[in-house]
Ligand binder design. Sequence first.
Ligand code: S3P
Length: 433
Amino acid sequence: MDKLKAIQPIKKGLSGEILIPGDKSVSHRSVMFSGLCDREVKITNFLHAADCMSTVNCMRALGVSVKELDENTLIVKGNGLDGLKEPAGIIDAGNSGTTLRLMMGILSGQKFLTTFTGDASLSRRPMGRVINPLSQMGANIVGRQNNKYLPITVIPTKENLHGISYKMPMASAQVKSAILLAGMNADDETTVTEPYTSRDHTERMLTGFGVKLKKSGTSITISRVNKMTPPAEIHVPGDISSAAFWLVAASIIEGSDVILKDVGINETRTGIIDVLKDMGADIQLLNVRDEVEPLADIRVRYAKLHGTTFGADIMPRLIDEIPIIAVAAMFAEGTTKITGAGELRVKETDRLQVITDEFNKVCPCIEGLEDGMVITGGQKDNLKFARCNSHDDHRIAMALAILGAAGVGVEIENSECVNISYPTFYEILTHFE
Ligand code: S3P
């Protein structure tokens, strides 16, 4: 078992400024897409965390040069669109679903063989959702248990990939991106349609690399790409999924007034702001800037929250924030009902199950539903000190830490998994008294 972390209550609230580390989704894509070009690309504010390093290691294994000028600044230089090389060994995607799923899309049309492994969590996550559509495009991908799970091998095909029109059964940026990236190598047009629009970082960044995409409703169409023209520099915005922990902490800990600096506010990601505002949170966007990805500083002050109800339509815009929204709901007056969240069962853990099991140790107020949960709020004075387990899920560990900090403290088993997306999280948290 890795380190047990003890979290103390924060008495005086959060204050000052918190610089939010780079966005995980954008960091992955910046290295992947730059690695498909033959010009140097400088990436600033890159998220130096375990998941994104899985992508860096993967691209290096495929012959791309990735120099680290410092922890958060990379220089990536590939060998052009056809320039990836056969890796010498098996590639370990670690805990990173984004690395594995997007790379399957990129590698589907390549003329060499690649095998992936990953950690225990990634080995349990469903990969058929990507392998099936890519196979329909002519890719040859095999995996354990009838092509559903890691280890996975992408085998070169004799024929080129062909375009498909694919209706996705779920909203998922990873699935959408894998299909679009394979579509770059297909002979004819590829269209992918989602039930609801998921995060659009792939579409935005590819457009910034000169790739033409057509968007219509929740459908995106891509054609064969012969050339990518990268920008000289990509600045990664702060990750709203990391900022989310402070948005909630400041909203529920009395006396808080804090500014979160340089946060990405892409509207496919800002569902948490909408839900918290709907619960009565005091959140203001300052200094809004529109770059490839829009950015803002976010001021958040303590407020009295009340319960809310939300479901499938907003889910893709806050999919990673359910654990921390559940914490906000425990402090809000009244009941919060979350539905349409079945995708949480196939994240780094079964998050619906883990939230119910672990948060209820602090206060038994969450009733699990098949696709969500009902949280009876107003629990501030009913919380008790407990030892909880993150189940090695970074977002569960951080949500538990905020639950303890806003309540009477908590101990977290398997606490070090925060390194997956936010290595400095505990350091920042313990800075507040
Ligand atoms: C991500 C997409 C989401 C999200 C994950 C990152 C991405 O997953 O949960 O943390 O970078 O595309 P799904 O596409 O599986 O919903």
